[in-house]
Design a protein around this ligand. Sequence first.
Ligand SMILES: [Zn+2]
Length: 348
Amino acid sequence: MPIDITHQAYYPVGNSATGERALVYREISLLEFQDQFNSEKKCLDYLFSVRWPDGFRCPRCSHSQYYKLTPRGLYKCQSCGYQASVTAGTIFHRTKVPLQKWFWLIYRMAISKTGVSIAEMGRELQIRDYKTIWVMAHKVREAMAQRDARYRLAGLVEMDESFFGPKSREGKRGRGSERKTTVLIAVSVYTDKQGLEKPGFAHAQVVTDASAEVISGMMDRLGVVQEDKESMIQKIRTDGWKSYGKTAKDKNLEHHRVILMNPKIAGHLLPWTHRFVSNVKGVLRGPHRGVSAKHLQRYLSEACYRFNCRYWDHQLFNRLLFACTVGKPITRDSLLAPAIATCGELCQ
Ligand SMILES: [Zn+2]
């Protein structure tokens, strides 16, 4: 699999095993968006072009001739009779909401710097049912999460934990805070041509605790490849918490410990993880007014996706729309089940 190294992270480009191609994203302005997707037919035609870039292929027998059964994107193979939906395998499968509204939601979520609120999108899309728009937004977030999970980190990686949850009256902070959700954050760091340190890609993950075992598991997913002894992450920078030290030793990584004499200046010593957390907390307090701990991971994934895509400002819509058509869709039931039944603590 070819590897493209960019900003101290690498990601697979194309996948010969699954037939996925290297992607070519193009820029799109608001005016172009409005022109390109101003009807259901145009939205369906776009999905067709993503699903079958070389023309229709029957998923069962690979035949190329078809009958078009409905204007809603259902095609019947002329050879074996298999009926293929252009929305199958996308987040739009069996939706009752017009694709035009879906595409507008994706456009807004893609270009926003901070995320958009459900109430705001409900007004813009003229969808009054809160659950409907909530499910739509979370399906898009899930697509972001799946796309972002493909990225791996490399080189120097700054790591830290943060704690999300209601403000504690006792003022207990940091590790051991009750009623808080622990989140591990990792940001790859590189030096630019002027010799200045810059953040590359970020990952944030809800974890049970900050033990060496949990940190080690996250690092394996992020870029420490143990099987063939190839390590993309070479060095970590942390506050010296013992679990990081053990992980670095186990994985034979360099470990730069910054000494936190005063927690108030932690932001200077671990700047990129702290900046990331402060941005995320701002978004959770702002447009979303706090989110349930049970859904925090998807909001974190959205923040990571947005952070990691910042270099492709004008391609954001195109990239996100593509992610929504190729990811493994999550069902409405599995999204709703844990959330509406019992709301967890609000994370702010
Ligand atoms: Zn067929």
